[in-house]
Design a protein around this ligand. Sequence first.
Ligand code: ACO
Length: 328
Amino acid sequence: MNTKAGIVGVGSYVPKNIISNFDLEKIMDTSDEWIKTRTGIRERRIVDENEATSDLATKAALNAIKDANLTPEDIDLIIVATITPDMIFPSTACLVQANIKATKAACFDLEAACSGFIYGITVAKQFIESDAYKHVLVIGAEALSRILDYEDRSTAILFGDGAGAVVMGPVSEGGVLSTSLGSDGNGKDYLNIPAGGSKTPASEDSIKNRLHFIKMAGNDVFKFAVRIMQDASVECIESANLEIQDIDYLIPHQANIRIIEASAKRLKLSMDKVYVNLDKYGNMSAASIPVALDEAYREGKIKKGDNIVLVGFGGGLTWGASVVRWSI
Ligand code: ACO
């Protein structure tokens, strides 16, 4: 029989520090009212001075491994999806490996911005279904507060820090039924950090011009997001041979409540089938979907046998969706 890959454990971790909209009011020209009505966000978590992405990823990973009733030595591969690695190299996945002592695991980071977790589970599926590896740890982890420009109110209010993880492995029922990925590099200017790479290395000028922070064309990303959340969801539902009525729950990327509501409306899916936690965390990029998945699972919103759509979009531009039939 062919091996089928599924999620066998899930976990998450968010840092303790809470920054509310009212806290942001004190440091920039914004208001709780504006942020709540335009985005749905009320507060977000941020790392403290001594915490980095690998620390959040490590805690989420240990929670997911425990949930799967496994030990770190059972993990064959660690994939960390992030745009905020601890450093350019080594990979954050290697740092997590050392922290959790997953001595048998191969490790790499995956960069597809907010779509990174969906890309990660798609890669893991290939390794498991080809019988190359048995257990793959896929982590979405971000310390976005480290790359936010607190002088730019149009981006600083949106993002937060956190990590979510799943262990994927062979399952006898359900599993990842389909995935659908896409990219459009022509949208590279909509969302990026201009400096710090090989094109514009760090210099006095790059620092003076604040080029090491996230830049975003919010309106363009908004329009793209609403369209692509629908298209990607429909594509993966169809390739799983299902229809929208067969979907029990949607876990979308948590960027903006208006994007989520518009996408749900286009999909003709009622909002009580859609998980939202962006009010507590803002947009955690690659961490948003796995943190939401973990919370929805812990709250009993998803049960064994449910068909769940995970869908995200982000810098690149990139997008991805997956239908998962819940197997735990
Ligand atoms: N507080 C108060 N006023 C603000 C703020 C703020 N924080 N930010 C912008 N404004 C002002 C603007 O200056 C503008 O003022 P003006 O009319 O006097 O010029 C007004 O509010 C309206 O600005 P818009 O940009 O048109 O506001 P919009 O309703 O489009 O909301 C937002 C902006 C929230 C950024 C929205 O466009 C959005 O959510 N876009 C998508 C973002 C997203 O999903 N990013 C994903 C990132 S994924 C990744 O890969 C990292």
